[in-house]
Design a protein around this ligand. Structure first.
Ligand SMILES: [Ca+2]
Ligand SMILES: [Ca+2]
Length: 246
């Protein structure tokens, strides 16, 4: 019965819809694998990688100085300050994942448009303690306060565009202490992104400056972005199990 209904469903769905279902599923899988890779990287290296920039060919990008104007470099910096904390790309070259585009970036299930590169944001809290070696251990598990927010809607968000104080509307918080977010701009990556929901997730057409708050609204007419995140508790659980914390 189950198989028959699956076959029937397959026949009834138009081909383009079947391709969309497949691309959505592939993207979910790619995002989940990226999160697993992040956890593995954190256990092996005692820190999380910085986001890649649009010119780093998928390698993590730091600022050369711990404050002031940012001069970008792919050389690992002991201060941990990332060049693009909130609006970078997943550092595929640093983690070695597939699928990859011709310039070294991880791509989602929707295609090879440059805008379909997997996006990644990392908390900058505790003076970049999450992105330099032993930063988390030296800061201490009770002091660490990752601050990325994932909202269930962009409506009513406060301080949007302010890097550190942007916040979800009351009662619209999916996560308030995420360490990292990993997301895809979805099928419309090459053409949209300025709607009320998607504009809060950094993308080429967004009018809102990148900040610590993202929108993981349900799929629909207002957004097709796909977002997952790494919570503080999941990261700490793995790091304690690996002997990296406390
Ligand atoms: Ca989108
Ligand atoms: Ca935002």
């Amino acid at each position: 019965m189950f198989i028959v209904s699956l076959l029937l469903g397959g026949m009834l769905l138009p081909l383009s819809a079947q391709q969309d279902v497949r691309a959505y599923g592939d993207t979910q899988k790619i995002l989940a694998e990226a999160r697993d890779a992040l956890l593995g990287y954190a256990m092996a290296n005692d820190r999380l990688p910085c986001p890649a920039s649009s010119t780093s060919n998928g390698a993590e990008a730091f600022c050369t100085a711990s404050s002031g104007a940012c001069t970008e470099t792919t050389t690992v910096q002991s201060h941990g300050r990332c060049a693009y904390s909130y609006d970078g790309y997943f550092p595929r070259a640093t983690l070695g994942l597939l699928p990859v585009d011709s310039r070294g970036y991880l791509i989602d299930g929707w295609g090879s448009d440059p805008d379909n590169r997997v996006r990644y944001g990392l908390t900058a809290s505790n003076t970049y303690a999450f992105s330099y070696s032993s930063g988390m251990k030296n800061t201490g598990i009770t002091v660490l306060a990752p601050d990325l927010q994932v909202c269930s809607t962009g409506v009513g968000m406060s301080n949007a565009g302010d890097p550190l104080t942007a916040a979800c509307a009351s009662g619209m918080v999916l996560a308030s202490d995420a360490v990292a977010v990993i997301y895809s701009l979805g099928k419309n990556a090459g053409s949209a992104g300025s709607g009320t929901e998607e504009t809060h997730n950094p993308n080429p057409r967004s009018t809102t400056t990148a900040d610590r708050a993202y929108v993981g609204a349900p799929q629909g007419s207002a957004t097709d972005d796909q977002m997952i995140w790494l919570s503080k508790s999941t990261l700490f659980n793995r790091l304690v199990a690996a002997g990296r914390l406390p």
